[in-house]
Write a protein that binds this ligand. Sequence first.
Ligand code: SF4
Length: 693
Amino acid sequence: VIEIGQPEHSVVTTCAYCGVGCAFKAEMRGEEVVRMVPYKDGKANRGHSCVKGRFAWGYTNHKERILNPMIRERIEDPWREVSWDEAFSFAAEKMRGIQKKYGRDAIGGITSSRCTNEETYLVQKLIRAGFGNNNVDTCARVCHSPTGYGLSQTFGTSAGTQDFDSVEDTDVAVIIGANPASAHPVFASRLKKRLRQGAKLIVIDPRRTEMVESPHVKALHLPLMPGTNVAVVTALAHVIVTEGLANEAFIRERCDWSEFEEWAAFVAQPKHSPEATAILTGIDPKDLREAARIYATGGNGAIYYGLGVTEHSQGSTTVIAIANLAMVTGNIGRPGVGVNPLRGQNNVQGSCDMGSFPHELPGYRHISGEAVRDQFEALWNVKLNPEPGLRIPNMFDAAIEGTFMGIYVQGEDILQSDPNTKHVVAALSAMECVIVHDLFLNETANYAHVFLPGSSFLEKDGTFTNAERRIQRVRKVMTPKNGMADWEVTIALAKAMGFEMNYNHPSEIMDEIAALTPTFTGVSYAKLDELGSVQWPCNEKAPEGTPVMHMDGFVRGKGKFIVTEYVATDERTGPRFPLLLTTGRILSQYNVGAQTRRTENVVWHAEDRLEIHPHDAEQRGVREGDWVRLTSRAGETTLRAEITDRVSPGVVYTTFHHPDTQANVITTDYSDWATNCPEYKVTAVQISPSNGP
Ligand code: SF4
């Protein structure tokens, strides 16, 4: 414990971990944080927080933090500390050289859901205007890109429908592929409070999660086999339609009736019944029928889902199927209901809103739209390329083929977090210029030529947008230790590349975002300071924001029912790989652990373990705490075993917080058909005893 005395002043800012977006008062003594106090007026957290936000900010001062820019000609060379100017010149010369040699489209970049809206907006602007192509993608590609696709197809907008307050009006909560008790703890507390008041809970998850095991909460758990989400949600729809539980009045008023009829005929087929799909899904048909009846008739039904829905080869299909379920029961467009993606990272929603996709400008407008391009071209004073650029996996493929040779990665460890590590290593090794902009020398930096030190959330001004579309201020509480704010780094890199961007403060970047984005026209730092936060759309029609969407009609007009045919993943079990691996998180760690592992407290150091059902463990001679080798078609790793019936026979589970675990060494290249979101949640594996790593 470091004694630094009583605080002298405090600054309200926003947690940089998960998509709940808790507001905190950073109590300061000079440049030192004395403590982080959950802010009682924070609209997402109302004075609450979890251990990560409250106690895991010490990474800002961690000794491994890199504070000076570094360069090297080849990745075999040692790093050389240089001035910022030399680093920018070196990086720009390499990137321009690549474009000269391989063409304009041979470089690109990746934005981060950890960074602010303003920083993300600038990176996509640098790439579109400075690089001259649309090779920009976001780390949301590997988590919630199917949410964007699925909800825009059905409802017309790429975002969750409710605010968190809405849970107080919920009578039936359905959680699919999410474990908010670990990953979104403050929201989980609000939900549990409502459950203790009598609301019902249905959990669709291969694992008996903490939500199911939570004391005083009686959940109906549907333990599906990984990869069968679409079959399960379609079976729920089958029960609703065939038992006459559809909300016909709502559908006639709010949805396209002929599309509904086509969809209803599809789900009503006997092959979609709970009984017909039971062997596939592993779910007792009685439980599935009961769940459908409770959701359809139990009052306000709200669906909350996470990466257990999106990170599948049918991730987008499942999001669409969930939207169908909400529409058929009329559970949309009022408090207490809706379709609510629980976003993993603090600014997943914002990074998507800010135009980080290769086909979309800020506000989800397609790059091919001439009128939209005209607006950006006029303000940015450039000619934009109308062709969509490369997604992250396409960038990797193109690098291996020798046509994509330079990348700028801001705030994202792609080597540790993207699937099939061997493939990522091959891609990064093939590139001639990898620029990593981060706090620490992460795994990706092993393949980098330029390292630009980044700043932590405590050192920056900007905004994050949480899972409920709430835009909140991030306020600088200390001077950036690396000497340069992240938005200034991107501007300087752009200038070195020959493209000028001029802003004096992130508030001016937000003003530009508001000028160009119809859902943000009412957003300004002055308004955020006055109201505390606003939920987009915030514009002339809704000057104080929009807590609940689709109240009077869907954004796209009529809600669109879409037929969702279950297609089995190509990742199959068989004699060599008979078990299915799925993954998740623990409360005390965050994603790949880059921040939480660098916090001075042993609670953050829990290792990743492999949960195995007693039956599967016994068959393989594995006992509690033994080392086991986990092997897939892509690779292998070693973990300690935890024997538990939280998982069903045939299913194993691990977390992915430690680089030593290398969970992504074993995940495959399969991905969502619509968005390329990787299929992290289903990998066929085998387990064998091991002597350890
Ligand atoms: Fe931070 Fe999420 Fe915890 Fe809130 S619930 S303190 S946003 S990690």
